[in-house]
Design a protein around this ligand. Structure first.
Ligand code: GLP
Length: 248
């Protein structure tokens, strides 16, 4: 059954969309005593973290009360590799604000055996009280986190193999080696358990995925379409990503 009450907010520039997402995160931090944020990576998110850091530098916010869980991490990359999502988050956000780094979590993709990583991560999220706001980008093929097409709607944090399209799209972040072929990602079910979801999509390259995700029912070929079944989702778009009309 569809219980979707998604909201679609469209802005004329990428930056206005990113500012709106940053404002939604700041509002959550102001409203909740111990906010738990689900964070995302990808080039789309860079201006969001820029706005959050700027708000901190202006003295408008403290991140000291926050706990964060990132969606995903590559397998087999040392944390200090510039392509790892740990490095990315440190460089873009954590190193510039007053967050307690011991409460910033990413799947521990160096842990072995890999099949326990998911359980450990799910337990940590549960112990933190669940995710108040999950930030999401979307892949051109409709992936969320690293849940590639074909992922089950009730999937949980697990090891996944990345599709060729995703490896190609993310090659721009790796200069010294190929993109790792495996990652650990929160599942679609993990994402749907968040109390609020904010998706940011900008640029015409995302228009097809946004259309597919918001126009119809859940289609395993477009993992983001699972969001139709969540009761509190905001799609924040620029006009290029929103150019195909949908029902959202
Ligand atoms: C990666 C991340 C996703 C992200 C996607 C889109 O695959 N795992 O969480 O949404 O890239 O990234 P970009 O914003 O660079 O297009």
């Amino acid at each position: 059954m569809l219980v979707s009450s998604s909201q679609r907010l469209t802005f004329s520039t990428e930056d206005a969309a990113a500012q709106t997402v940053a404002d939604l995160i700041l509002a959550t931090i102001r409203d909740i005593a111990e906010p738990v944020l689900g964070l995302a990576t990808g080039a789309t998110m860079e201006p969001v973290y820029g706005h959050l850091v700027a708000a901190y530098k202006r003295g408008d916010v403290s991140f000291a009360r926050c706990t964060t869980f990132n969606l995903d991490e590559y397998v087999g990359l040392p944390a200090e590799h510039p392509g790892s999502y740990r490095s990315t988050m440190n460089n873009l956000f954590f190193d510039h604000v007053d967050i307690d780094k011991s409460r910033t979590f990413l799947p521990d993709a160096l842990q072995d055996p890999t099949d326990v990583i998911g359980e450990v991560y799910e337990r940590k999220i549960e112990e933190a009280g669940g995710i108040d706001l999950q930030l999401l980008g979307i892949g051109r093929n409709g992936h969320i986190g690293f849940n590639e097409p074909g992922s089950a709607k009730d999937s949980r944090t697990r090891l996944v193999e990345l599709h060729a399209e995703t490896l190609e799209a993310n090659a721009r972040f790796f200069t010294d080696r190929p993109v790792p072929a495996y990652a650990v990602t929160m599942g679609i079910g993990t994402i749907l358990a968040a109390r609020q979801i904010v998706v940011l999509a900008t640029g015409s390259g995302k228009a097809d995925a946004v259309f597919h995700a918001t126009n119809g029912n859940f289609d395993p070929a477009c993992p983001a379409s699972a969001l139709l079944e969540h009761c509190n989702v905001k799609w924040v778009l620029d006009t290029a990503a929103a150019r195909l009309k949908s029902a959202a």
